[in-house]
Design a protein around this ligand. Structure first.
Ligand SMILES: Cc1ncc(COP(=O)(O)O)c(C=O)c1O
Length: 391
């Protein structure tokens, strides 16, 4: 008998791939990490002076707690979204220390212990951990691969957990880079409203679209169901270290007002985002288009390199995608994805993520970060050449 709850894992042993990568790194092997998700470690040029000088606001010297977040920061978030045509009321926005924390608040708002949230698969791997920490279960619904990873309501309905309280959707999804489809959005709203479910849409990668095609944000109505849209500085301004995320609350009244009141109560218990960061956020959001352009440029150049390197006749298939920071390739099924990833590591010192990391329903997918510097990305591809051409 230990004094610990079951919310933390019983074992912290890394899996075979992570253990092998760590051993190689420690032995000084020239590892290229194509799992990189941290833009500040990718050699992107940031406007450093402007970022730092935004922190020198004398108002930071006074503590003036505001549970929903500093009004000027919430106004800046509303102004940010107006650039994309969404007219938001700052009163409907709450600031948290990150999107991850925002998830936790929403799980506490919507779920009692043992209730469930419906999460897509494949998708962002942190849902399960975040939910378990709040004594909430995750029930998964598969996205429809054959329709470009669209939401399939019939499957969602078939998999609906009897204790589901909310449906999560990631727009665009990580790692498949697929955006919300307008038809699916309307039908999802009807589906959730009829069943009294909330909708949580994670739009952290929304601005990283790869084409000029129009993209639908969940900030656009109709909001028949209680709808929470999440984003934050981590991806929007490429500043994960600054720790600022936000939640926009939409939905029919009086449900929305009640949700806001209860969320404010949760936020008041933590008062998590730091004052200097909140006061700097308006300036950082002004810098965000520049930072985004540099990150997007990087992502697209690596994606182009990968596409032309694989070529159309390759038995390796680059999955079509429309946005985000990741490329997914389907590997020939002569090996399981974990074996491919181990081969990449042993034979080329290149680290990638096997699809199971994102809970792909079938084999054999590998996810490659498009963030690394182009020289490193190109070097990884040339090291992988022999393995790629061997099938
Ligand atoms: C889909 C998705 N949501 C949220 C996050 C985390 O965001 P934050 O740093 O604001 O917690 C990530 C990080 O990679 C992500 O991929």
């Amino acid at each position: 008998m230990t004094p610990f709850s079951r919310r933390t894992p019983g074992s912290f042993h890394p899996n075979a791939l992570a253990a092998r990568a760590r051993a190689l790194r420690e032995s000084g092997a020239p590892l290229i990490d194509l799992t990189l998700s941290n833009p500040t470690a990718a050699g992107i040029a940031y406007p450093e002076d402007e970022i730092l000088s935004a922190l020198r606001d004398p108002r930071s010297l006074r503590y003036e707690p505001a549970p929903k977040g500093a009004p000027e920061a919430r106004e800046a978030v509303a102004a940010w979204h107006l650039r994309h045509g969404a007219r938001l009321d700052p009163a409907h926005i709450l600031l948290a220390a990150s999107t991850s924390e925002a998830y936790s608040w929403l799980f506490r708002l919507l779920c009692d212990p043992g209730d469930a949230i419906m999460t897509p698969r494949p998708s962002y791997p942190l849902f399960e951990c975040l939910a378990e920490l709040d004594a909430v279960r995750v029930a998964q619904y598969p996205l429809a691969e054959e329709w470009g990873w669209r939401l399939d309501l019939a499957t969602l309905e078939a998999r609906l957990d009897p204790r589901a309280r909310a449906i999560v959707f990631v727009n665009p999804n990580n790692p498949t880079g697929s955006y919300l489809h307008p038809e699916d959005w309307l039908r999802l709203q009807e589906f959730a409203a009829l069943r009294g479910l909330a909708i949580i849409v994670d739009e952290v990668f929304f601005d990283y679209g790869w084409t000029a095609a129009p993209r639908l944000s969940s900030l656009a109505g109709p909001h028949l169901a209680l709808t929470f849209t999440l984003s934050g500085l981590s991806k929007t301004a490429g500043l994960p270290q600054m720790k600022l995320g936000w939640i926009h609350v939409a939905g029919p009244e009086p449900l929305r007002e009640e949700a806001l009141e209860r969320l404010e109560w949760i936020a008041d218990a933590y008062l998590p985002a730091s004052a200097p960061v909140q006061l700097a956020a308006p300036r950082w959001l002004e810098l965000a288009p520049l930072i985004q352009a540099r990150i997007l440029d990087r992502v697209l150049s690596n994606r182009d390199a990968l596409e032309s390197w694989l070529g159309p006749a390759s038995p390796w298939r680059l999955l079509p995608a429309s946005g985000g920071w990741t490329a997914v390739i389907e590997a020939p099924r002569i090996h399981a994805e974990e074996e491919w990833a181990l081969r990449f590591l042993h034979e080329a010192f290149v680290l990638v993520q096997p699809g199971y990391f994102y809970d792909f329903e079938r084999e054999a997918f590998l996810a490659l970060s498009l963030l690394p510097p182009p020289e490193e990305f190109g070097e990884a591809l040339s090291r992988l050449e022999r393995i790629f051409r061997s099938v």
